[in-house]
Design a protein around this ligand. Structure first.
Ligand SMILES: O=P(O)(O)OC[C@H]1O[C@@H](O)[C@H](O)[C@@H](O)[C@@H]1O
Length: 270
């Protein structure tokens, strides 16, 4: 790891293998954001002893390869709505163009320049403190169908409940609408899309004795994913046991220029 720049006492730029990473070390919060993808992959408010986000233990931090963990930004499209899968933004460089440090939190704004060099495609604003607010604003031409593909750090997938989701879901593995339990328990490969606006998902983690709450704002879907034994790039065979994705998505109703999706994340002990 090579230090590139000390921006302020709380913010430093460090190289993780091929990727520049902004490290935040503030009395209230620690966090890490890769400039590739404006990709938050670690957030730990002072009152918790474990990271809220999961990061693969074999993440190689290679340019052009999306980081396996944290909050990949799927933009301008989700999944196979275009090529590459989950859009280009997670493998492009973003610029840190604004920051503000207060006694409670750190505010960061990253811009994604348009590929033709004219104007912006998107902006990501992060407020990192006791809570974490991520706001993705579509600034480009045309429409966007993004998602904030958050991977949460849990003690053991077999002891986790997801609360606040509907009991009907589109299962991407069987390509059909199905009925599921609420709260949702996961015991196999799941790749499912819940059509629900502005949902609040609560991840009840008995192992770590804590609850993570995600408010999905301006979203029209929540995607839940865990690959279980399905081989997945940059992930160990047992990596699935300690992660669950609960994604803030805007898939079937596009965003126009100036519109945003937001995830507000908080964590509390039981
Ligand atoms: O491996 P990737 O490109 O990061 O995608 C991971 C998963 O992301 C989820 O959002 C999709 O619903 C899954 O279908 C996909 O497998």
């Amino acid at each position: 790891m090579k230090k590139l720049q000390q921006i302020t006492p709380e913010l430093s730029l460090v190289e993780y293998n091929e990727i520049p990473v902004l490290e935040i070390d503030h009395p209230e919060v620690k966090a890490k954001v890769a400039l590739q993808g404006a990709h938050l992959f670690s957030w730990q408010p002072k009152h918790t002893d474990k990271d809220v986000f999961w990061l693969s233990e074999i993440e190689p931090f290679k340019l052009g390869s999306a980081i396996r963990g944290g909050v990949p930004i799927c933009y301008p499209w989700f999944g196979s709505l275009g090529e590459p899968f989950h859009g280009t933004a997670r493998i492009r460089m973003w610029e840190l163009n604004q920051y503000e440090i207060t006694k409670d939190k750190v505010f960061l704004r990253f811009d994604l320049k348009a590929e033709d060099g004219k104007g912006l495609d998107a902006q990501m604003a992060m407020e990192l403190g006791e809570t974490c607010t991520l706001t993705l604003t579509h600034q480009g031409a045309g429409q966007a169908n993004p998602a904030l593909h958050s991977y949460f750090n849990i003690a053991d997938i077999s002891q986790v409940e997801l609360h606040g989701l509907p009991t009907t879901v589109f299962n991407h593995l069987t390509h059909q609408q199905e009925s599921v339990s609420s709260p949702r328990l996961i015991s196999e490969n799941v790749d499912e899309m819940y059509s629900v606006e502005n949902a609040i998902t609560t991840i009840v983690d008995k192992g770590y004795q804590r609850q993570i709450e995600v408010q999905h704002i301006n979203s029209t879907e929540v995607v839940v994913w865990n690959p279980w034994h399905k081989p997945t790039s940059n992930m160990t065979d047992s990596g699935y046991k300690t992660m669950v994705c609960a994604e803030t998505a805007r898939i079937h109703s596009s965003l126009n220029k100036g519109q945003m999706i937001q995830a507000k994340i908080s964590v509390k002990s039981n």
